[in-house]
Write a protein that binds this ligand. Structure first.
Ligand SMILES: Nc1ncnc2c1ncn2[C@@H]1O[C@H](COP(=O)(O)OP(=O)(O)OP(=O)(O)O)[C@@H](O)[C@H]1O
Ligand SMILES: Nc1ccn([C@@H]2O[C@H](COP(=O)(O)O)[C@@H](O)[C@H]2O)c(=O)n1
Length: 224
């Protein structure tokens, strides 16, 4: 069974998707980590971000591996290095390129093949797994997401003013919504889960309920 969780920055996708996968004994895939890793690699290799051909050739050449919730790039574990503001600010350049998206989407489908998996990102329910048995669009208001993100950053030792969190969050959501391919949007058949005022445990339970209902429907309706 494939469960997709898409949504805007800071909606809680990775934390909820990981817990859902643990509870159900499914694999978990963080597709944002893949976009982050190739962006980090392009920076490390001094690739000109204006040079589309060079970026695409680079992404084609790299060996990206997702294993036990960690990501490696050409056999170097970059799970921690991909979370810097420099990487976050540059991702949109690669994420906007159709060839890069095609390459990473193909890898995502390969990873999911034959597995029970919870995969999260922006385009999982719309572009990568249009036939997924269960699609969730997890969201929350910009203010609530920013407060959660600010707390997450503070816990990691970075005290960032809420205004700055909101500005960068809004910029990223706008970039993610406006790209021509793989844009941030709910699939027509996604269930909307709006988490304002809900604790993480309540969101987890709601997600599990949505998945249980979808699994029941999938058992009744044979796959196309
Ligand atoms: N319902 C909730 N209530 C309070 N905090 C939450 C809730 N859901 C998630 N969080 C917290 O919000 C922060 C952001 O969550 P998370 O990293 O899972 O978001 P995300 O959607 O994966 O973000 P991004 O796409 O930017 O990586 C984390 O610290 C997480 O623990
Ligand atoms: N399926 C996806 C996942 C991510 N992106 C882009 O990567 C950025 C980082 O994602 P995080 O979830 O790790 O914050 C995100 O802002 C998107 O630009 C994507 O395009 N498609």
């Amino acid at each position: 069974m494939i469960v997709t969780i898409d949504g805007p920055a800071g909606a809680g996708k990775s934390s909820i998707a990981r817990q859902v996968a643990d509870r159900l004994g499914f694999e978990f895939l963080d597709t944002g980590a893949m976009y982050r890793a190739v962006t980090l690699g392009a920076i490390w290799n001094n690739i000109d971000f204006q040079d589309v051909d060079a970026l695409v050739a680079y992404v084609r050449s790299v060996n990206l591996k997702w294993h036990k919730n960690r990501i490696s790039l050409n056999d170097t574990d970059v799970t921690n290095e991909i979370r810097t503001p420099t990487v976050t600010g540059a991702i949109h350049v690669l994420a906007d390129l159709a060839e890069v998206r095609a390459q990473l989407s193909q890898q995502q489908r390969r990873i999911a093949e034959g597995r029970d998996i919870v995969t999260e990102g922006r385009d999982q329910g719309t572009e990568v797994f249009p036939d997924a048995e269960c699609k969730i669009f997890l969201t929350a208001s910009p203010q609530e997401r920013a407060v959660r993100r600010q707390q997450q950053l503070a816990a990691a030792g970075r005290n960032v003013p809420i205004e700055d969190v909101i500005v960068s969050q809004n910029r990223r959501d706008e970039e993610d919504r406006s790209r021509p391919i793989g844009s941030l949007r709910p699939a027509d058949d996604a269930v909307l889960l709006h988490s304002d005022g809900m604790t993480p445990d309540e969101v987890l339970q709601k997600a599990l309920d949505i998945i249980a209902a979808a699994a029941e429907t999938a058992a009744e309706v044979p796959r196309r």
